[in-house]
Design a protein around this ligand. Structure first.
Ligand code: ADP
Ligand code: MG
Length: 234
């Protein structure tokens, strides 16, 4: 099967600083893939590159065969790729429901995600829909960030450290929704520092170290020593 989303020989720069070096990455329709790696390895830069927030040349990234490496972020969202950014980045002056509605871009897919579907997945957000996002717990804010991304009905959902700073039981709650998102036809990329958590939730993984892929493969049955070496370089 051809890849739904792919990067080939992807480099990324912040000014003169090179953050990614020749990344080859692919995601098939319906798949869940983890990107793991230490702080500063380039995980967020990879997701931002895929989402059009770090620009590249057109052919470095393809979505459904279409070159999108030089497309602006708003167009990338319309083409079916949504990012749950690191740190959530909600709009503090808006209510829960207003934050969700901001995600409802006129994308190519128009189902199955809408306010009602997001509220069915996260009932607590329905209860708190008129309230400010700022008074929600960290886990609930993360639900808003995920719901907002789903409102564009993406074919690919990119999640950047959705478990950061949350209690383990809350992380379980958040991760429990992944199968439902995949069942609704959305492939998922999760960036995680928690290696075990990332591998449990996905089919395949990529490990980054200092901007390069040091290991990739199936998430199940992966050798711990190999992961350790790929992650820490020791
Ligand atoms: N906006 C930026 N400007 C300059 N350098 C950056 C910027 N964002 C990230 N970097 C650098 O790029 C490298 C990769 O960062 P990042 O992708 O955020 O890593 P990770 O998400 O794996 O922690 C790091 O060395 C980081 O300092
Ligand atoms: Mg990051």
């Amino acid at each position: 099967m051809t890849a739904l989303l792919s990067a080939s020989a992807l480099d990324a720069f912040y000014g003169d600083f090179q953050a990614l070096f020749g990344i080859d990455f692919e995601l098939k329709a319906g798949e869940a893939v983890a990107v793991i790696g230490a702080n500063g390895a380039g995980k967020s830069t990879l997701l931002k590159s895929l989402a059009g927030l770090v620009r590249n040349h057109a052919n470095a990234i393809r979505l459904g065969g279409r070159p999108i490496g030089d497309a602006p972020a708003a167009r990338v969202v319309r083409l079916g790729l949504a990012l749950v950014p690191e740190g959530r980045q909600l709009f503090p002056s808006l209510s829960v429901e207003e934050n969700l509605l901001i995600g409802a871009y006129g994308g190519e897919r128009t189902a199955p995600w809408d306010l009602a579907a997001v509220y069915r997945m996260f009932p607590v957000l329905h209860e708190r829909r008129r309230g400010a996002v700022t008074v929600l717990s960290g886990g609930q804010q993360q639900m808003v960030a995920i719901g907002r991304a789903l409102m564009s009905n993406p074919t690919v959902l990119l999640c950047d450290e959705i478990s950061l700073g949350l209690a383990p039981i809350v992380v379980e709650d958040i991760y429990r929704m992944l199968p439902q998102i995949r069942d609704n036809g959305t492939a998922v990329v999760v960036v995680e520092q928690d290696i075990a958590r990332a591998l449990r939730a996905t089919d395949r993984f990529y490990c980054l170290q200092e901007g390069r892929v040091t290991l990739q493969g199936a998430s199940h049955g992966v050798d711990r020593d190999a992961i350790h070496a790929a992650y820490f370089g020791t």
